[in-house]
Each structure stands twice: as C-alpha cells, then as structure tokens.
Design a protein around this ligand. Sequence first.
Ligand SMILES: Nc1ncnc2c1ncn2[C@@H]1O[C@H](C[S@+](CC[C@H]([NH3+])C(=O)[O-])CC(=O)[O-])[C@@H](O)[C@H]1O
Ligand SMILES: O=C(O)C(=O)Cc1ccccc1
Length: 247
Amino acid sequence: MAKIDKVFSNPLGEIPPFTFNEKVAHVFDDMAERSIPFYREVQKMITDLSLTFFQEGSKIYDLGCSTATTSALVYQGLIDRGVTDFTIKGIDNSEAMCEEARIKLDSLGASKDHVSISLGDFLQEEIHDASVVIMNYTLQFTDPLKREAIIKKIYNGLRHNGILLVSDKLLQTNTDISRTFIDKYYNMKRLNGYSELEISQKREALENVLIPYTLEEETALFTQCGFKGVDAFFSWYNFTSFICIKK
Ligand SMILES: Nc1ncnc2c1ncn2[C@@H]1O[C@H](C[S@+](CC[C@H]([NH3+])C(=O)[O-])CC(=O)[O-])[C@@H](O)[C@H]1O
Ligand SMILES: O=C(O)C(=O)Cc1ccccc1
C-alpha cells in the first residue's frame, strides 16, 4: 500500500531543519515520486546506465540509498540479465531509511551477498573496486566543504571506465531564470497534490540543508576530481542528472 506524504500538511509553527527521520522514511517513495521531477524515468535511466557500465565482478555503490529504489532496480536488472558476480552496496545514515530499504530488498528475495544495506555516513565509507557509483539526489545534502573529498574518494575507488552517476537540484546563475525554474518546480508540486502550506513549510525546512550548486560549480567539481567525460543525461528546469566517466 502506498503511504501518502503528509509530513508538512499541518502548520508546524517553528519549522525544524529537514531530516530523513522515521516519519519521512515511512512515506519516502510517495514523497520522491511527487517532489522529484520524472523520478521514475531518472531511476530507469540510472538503472540502464548502470547495467551498461557495470563490469563483471565489480561493486556498485548507491550512496544515500534511502529506501533502496535504485539498488532494487539495478539488482533486478542484473539478475534478469543472468549476471551473478556482482555486489551492490547501499549506504544511508538514516536508520529508518535503512529499515525501509531492507524491507524492499527482502520482498525481492535479494541475497545479502548480492545487495547489502549499511547504516553509515558515506563520507566515512571506503569505496573500492567499483564500476558504478550512484549519488541520486544526495550530493546536494552534503556539506559543500566536503564535496570535493567525497568525489575524489569515489574517483579513486572506481575502476578504469567506471562511472559516477549524480542527480541534483541545481541553482541557476541568472536570477530571472532561477526564479522562473523554481516557479515551474513549485507548480509541479501543486499539480502533484501538495498544498501551498506543504510547499512553503518544506522550502523552509530545506533551507541550509539542501544546498544546490550551479551547473558550472557541479561540472567543475567532477572535472577537478579527475573525471574526463562529464555530461548531463537528463535535465528538467532546476534538476539535472550527470554521468562522469573515469578514463
Ligand atoms: N552523509 C551521508 N551518508 C549517508 N547517507 C546520507 C548522507 N547524507 C544524506 N544521506 C541520505 O541521502 C538520502 C537523500 S534522498 C536520496 C534518494 C535516493 N537516492 C533515491 O534515488 O531514491 C534525496 C532526497 O530526498 O531528495 C537520505 O536518505 C539521507 O538519509
Ligand atoms: O527541493 C525540494 O523542494 C524537494 O522537495 C526535494 C526533496 C525531495 C524529496 C525529499 C527531500 C527533498
């Protein structure tokens, strides 16, 4: 049964900073589908690209895996292709998310050898022998001062021809364009059933928690850390998904 996101539906008075707590984890799939543009399509593209670049015997990391939507799709894709020699590692620092992730993977009958979920900070985790690293809407929640260190660590942990896939909300440099894109985004939320109160309370909760980079800053980060091929594979107003190849 789909659980409907009502996290910001009642007046909260003082609005605490957004966290991925139990209340959020419980309704996360609905929240993501209604608040992230083309969420399902991006998941499909991430899965497709992961299957294309996966190397036999290597690891796939899903950093900030939330409820393991991506890990589950990639797992199923590999199994359907008859691949057996792979390890998917989902990492999230929210205990409630990890619980939801394990429930989803158990329902697929996925073995722990093939896909495991670890409770932890991906800034502290080792990345080793990877062909694919996924950061789907998670870099934006990382302290900007720590972004270079995590991208460098990912680069070092990837095999030759391995890829990093990143989706993020971006900030447009031009203020007119920025305002327009943000308006379009809030319109999308309205069309998806969110009220003005839900939209404004979540916006306040996300301030200083979700810190968007510009397209230039985000691209420069990937190239400065060593990635040779860096390109966008999906874009919708202020949301963009990137593929970065280690050559
Ligand atoms: N340092 C960190 N270490 C571990 N986890 C973290 C950290 N920082 C944030 N998280 C986790 O990153 C996730 C971000 S949601 C990802 C969606 C998913 N990728 C999806 O494709 O459905 C994005 C969104 O909600 O917009 C949350 O579960 C956090 O707990
Ligand atoms: O940027 C926003 O307004 C969002 O709602 C993005 C988002 C989506 C899902 C969980 C947390 C933030």
